[in-house]
Ligand binder design. Structure first.
Ligand code: F6R
Length: 251
């Protein structure tokens, strides 16, 4: 893993966007694995600005998102489809048929999971997977206890994840109980992974990644086994780590 220290959220966002930009510069038809949530909004804003100033294009690229809520149609303002459209896709030059999310309203979620996993493989795998991280170490919607070899699958969201995501809904009761997510195995197949963390709320989990053994109880610890992970974290997210600990993220 390689740790890049950022001063703050803005700096983290800029550094993340620059890495995505360089992936596209080296491979214009790259497959980008994308995430939703608060952390990636800054990077998306910067990518849009770079696109507008002509310094990057998504024309030949494709994207696959990590996850989607079960039961929310694509035009629901809280669906991840809607989020991606509002916060990235409609502002840049991705071709409509080259951006992919799991279909949360498919009749058969098991079949949809299989279709999505095959789609990723059919695209040749993910060149760069962007990840945020849950306070409990979840990546995608893979909650503690998810098998490390899992493929795309349906999950029951934990109460803590529903509570963390309730800020986007009118009330916690409206947060769907289930989601469809790439599995840990799907994520680990990515050629490169870019994990972003910002804010004191993420300090505890970064500390655990350093100190704890690799365990399904802390899903993100598996990233220590991937040969090509970059973590960009800001000062607040790194506030529980001294310089020796930070070195351990650079091995
Ligand atoms: C989003 C996702 C989640 C988030 C994580 C962090 O597609 O899969 O794992 O990345 O919950 O969310 P934020 O960035 O809102 O703190």
């Amino acid at each position: 893993m390689k740790l890049i220290e950022a001063k703050n959220y803005q700096d983290m966002s800029l550094k993340a966007a620059e890495i995505i930009q360089s992936v596209l510069a080296n491979k214009p038809d790259a497959v980008l694995g994308l995430a939703t949530g608060g952390t990636v909004l800054g990077p998306y804003e910067i990518l849009i600005a770079k696109y507008e100033e002509d310094s990057l294009s998504f024309k030949k690229a494709s994207s696959v998102n990590l996850d989607e809520y079960v039961g929310l149609p694509s035009d629901h303002p809280n669906s991840y489809y809607y989020y991606m459209n509002e916060n990235l896709f409609k502002h840049v030059d991705f071709s409509a048929n080259q951006t992919h999310l799991p279909n949360g309203v498919a009749d058969d979620i098991e079949k949809e999971s299989e279709r999505y996993e095959n789609l990723i493989d059919g695209l040749g795998g993910i060149d760069l997977q962007l990840l945020g991280i849950g306070e409990n170490g979840h990546i995608g919607f893979n909650e503690p206890g998810t098998p490390f070899d899992s493929a795309t699958h349906k999950v029951k969201l934990t109460e803590s994840t529903r509570a963390a995501n309730a800020r986007y809904f009118d009330s916690i009761n409206e947060v769907p109980a289930h989601a469809i997510t790439m599995g840990i195995g799907s994520i680990m197949k990515s050629k490169q992974i870019l994990l972003l963390a910002s804010g004191v709320k993420k300090a505890g989990i970064l500390e655990k990644i350093v100190h704890e053994e690799i365990s399904e109880e802390i899903p993100a610890t598996i990233l220590k086994q991937h040969g090509n992970v970059i973590i960009i974290a800001d000062q607040d997210a790194l506030s529980k780590l001294n310089s020796a600990h930070k070195q351990l993220l650079n091995t």
